[in-house]
Design a protein around this ligand. Structure first.
Ligand code: SF4
Ligand code: SF4
Length: 133
């Protein structure tokens, strides 16, 4: 049976939470985050989100997502793109994507072959609608 730990185990290094922008939040993400924080949406919007037109992202503080503090402090309310990372479906279609993502995520098994990684990832994805790390 496929085991996520064979291909990935998060080291909580925080690399994917750094940078001058964050992933964007769709409507479901926004609702999930508001619920997880237990605040009114207006308060979450004011304190934690950067809204540009229709694009909602998380604020960046000191070069990282506002929720990053030696790990994700809004884990259950994080956007789906954060939950999916680094097991992006594009890995399955291009080994270059696999190598690029593996270079940026130390949680990905550094020893495993591309073919084995894809086989296990496919098995995991077949069991889940969306891979959650
Ligand atoms: S998903 Fe990868 S880059 Fe992000 S914190 Fe975990 S190990 Fe680090
Ligand atoms: S929501 Fe959590 S996982 Fe996503 S970028 Fe912010 S700190 Fe990282």
């Amino acid at each position: 049976m496929a085991d996520l730990k064979e291909i990935f185990e998060c080291t909580r290094c925080g690399y994917c939470c750094q940078g001058e922008t964050t992933v964007s939040l769709d409507e479901k993400d926004q609702k999930r985050m508001v619920k997880a924080l237990g605040l009114f949406e207006a308060e979450v919007r004011e304190k934690y989100w950067r809204v540009t037109g229709t694009v909602v992202q998380m604020k960046v503080v000191d070069g990282h997502c506002i929720f990053y503090d030696e790990g994700c402090t809004v884990h259950l309310g994080r956007p789906w793109r954060c939950a999916e990372w680094p097991l992006h479906p594009s890995i399955l279609t291009d080994s270059y994507n696999f190598e690029t993502i593996r270079e940026s995520c130390p949680g990905m098994n550094p020893e495993i072959s591309y073919e084995t990684f894809c086989r296990i990832l496919r098995e995991i994805m077949e069991k889940q609608d969306k891979v959650q790390c």
